[in-house]
Ligand binder design. Structure first.
Ligand SMILES: [Zn+2]
Length: 441
């Protein structure tokens, strides 16, 4: 009796498994990451300091890893320099003698201070801007008042190329930057002068955002105008609003509701997020241990929705919180060794993949021996050109599968794989490729 019941149960289980598998045939999804990998990593550098290019970049090139370098464009020969746009400098300075800094004149004065010729004038912009962002507006106004008190009573120097946080060693040319893009790296904006954008008035803030982008467009091409990191990791809402109108992607903040963003200071565990994707920014400092840095990579692999965005600054003694070349060599080798599970890509490319996944519709029909997959994307194919990966379930009996690209007529042999839901293939296609045919070969 027991045998009979067991036999019946087995038969029913087999039938239900079989039908579940059949239902899946043709079912196609865009995988979370290209190649059905577990996690994505973007390796980013701020400030464009020289050793980012002469020390870190060659290490990445040898390992075949692309990076994103946020550069201060006003430093680069041939591009527009920082300047104050507005009323006459003398008029504004004169006013400061009789009118205290307040909500009405703060932005104008903070925009001008770096260009008054006051020694360390830029420091006052940065200090006041930092206080302002912390909500300490009275203290910010007091800093500006003390700065203009000095302006009115000091000998002012000639204003030439104002760069906040300058390093005289930085001599990279646009021609070199162009070569780096050819190597596969992303060169992107970190504003013109690296000022505290939150303390600038509208016209000067827009100049920092737009002129920096124009120069990158002129010297490197449209592709590199996609992302920006507004200096000092600002999340000031006013700056974010302006920057989002000029740049499709900000490393500071992204508008996507499906993307959880844990910035460098956020201690929440990315695995606890309920959102579809998590952008997890970690900034290795000089004293950050190798063990901790490696654990970030492991955490990414242990989940399937984490985009680890590494934020480096200085390298080998030059720049803020520098790491050594030896550390980068060890760390990047650790990442490279896990490339089967990790997609290492520029900040722009990962952003594009996420948006493509969310804005592309994939439907499929099974007709006889062929699975027809229709793809429709709402995004501009000129910009959103990162291939998407499709995972399609095929009949268990298919031992060899060929994908036909209907646009170009090319055929690709796909590897047949299995998981708990059945037999499937993985296929990398352009998001604007309208139709794919899968056939058993
Ligand atoms: Zn910076």
């Amino acid at each position: 009796m027991m045998d009979k019941i067991f036999g019946l149960w087995m038969a029913l289980t087999l039938i239900s498994c079989q039908s579940e598998t059949d239902q899946n045939i043709g079912h196609t999804v865009i995988t979370n990451w290209p190649g059905n990998k577990r996690s994505a990593i973007s390796i980013t550098y701020d400030d464009g300091t020289i050793n980012n290019f002469t020390v870190a970049r060659p290490i990445m090139n040898k390992l075949g890893l692309p990076g994103t370098f946020y550069i201060v464009t006003g430093k680069v020969e041939g591009s527009a320099k920082g300047k104050f746009i507005g009323r006459s400098k003398e008029e504004i300075i004169q006013e400061t003698a009789s009118v205290k800094t307040n909500a009405d004149n703060f932005f104008e004065r903070a925009s001008l201070i770096g260009y008054t010729g006051l020694r360390d004038g830029i420091v006052f912009n940065v200090t006041a801007g930092s206080l302002f962002e912390e909500g300490k507006t009275k203290e910010a106004y007091a800093v500006i008042d003390s700065a203009y008190n000095l302006v009115r009573n000091s000998e002012l120097k000639e204003v030439d190329n104002v760069i906040f946080d300058n390093n005289p060693e930085d001599t990279t040319t646009w021609e070199q930057y162009r070569e780096y893009t050819v190597e596969g790296h992303e060169i992107a904006s970190h504003s013109i002068t690296h000022s505290r954008l939150a303390a600038l008035d509208e016209v000067n803030l827009l100049y920092e955002l737009k002129q920096s982008q124009s120069d990158i467009r002129k010297f490197l091409g449209e592709k590199y105008t996609f992302s920006i990191e507004c200096p000092f990791g600002t999340e000031n809402p006013r700056v974010m609003e302006y920057a989002m109108k000029v740049y499709p992607a900000l490393r500071n903040r992204m508008p996507e509701p499906y993307l959880d963003e844990l910035n460098r200071a956020n201690e929440r565990h990315p695995g606890d997020s309920e959102k579809e994707y998590v952008q997890w920014q970690r900034g290795p400092h000089t004293d950050t241990s190798m063990e901790l840095m490696k654990s970030w990579v492991d955490t990414g692999i242990a989940n399937d929705n984490i985009w680890l965005v590494l934020v480096f600054h200085g390298v080998e003694g030059i720049g803020w919180e520098p790491k050594t070349g030896a550390e980068l060599q060890e760390y990047f080798s650790y990442i490279k060794d896990r490339k089967d599970s990790l997609w290492v890509a520029t900040f722009a490319d990962v952003t594009k993949y996420l948006r493509e996944k969310k804005s592309t519709e994939v439907t499929s029909t099974v007709t006889g021996n062929t699975i027809v997959i229709d793809i429709s994307s709402k995004l501009d194919p000129e910009v959103y050109d990162v291939p998407i990966t499709l995972k399609t379930y095929v009949p268990q009996t298919w031992s060899s599968v060929v994908a036909s690209n209907s646009m170009e007529g090319g055929q690709i042999q796909l590897r047949v794989q299995n998981d708990s839901l059945g037999t499937y293939v993985i296929n990398s296609v352009q998001p604007n490729q309208e139709q794919i045919l899968l056939t058993e070969q």
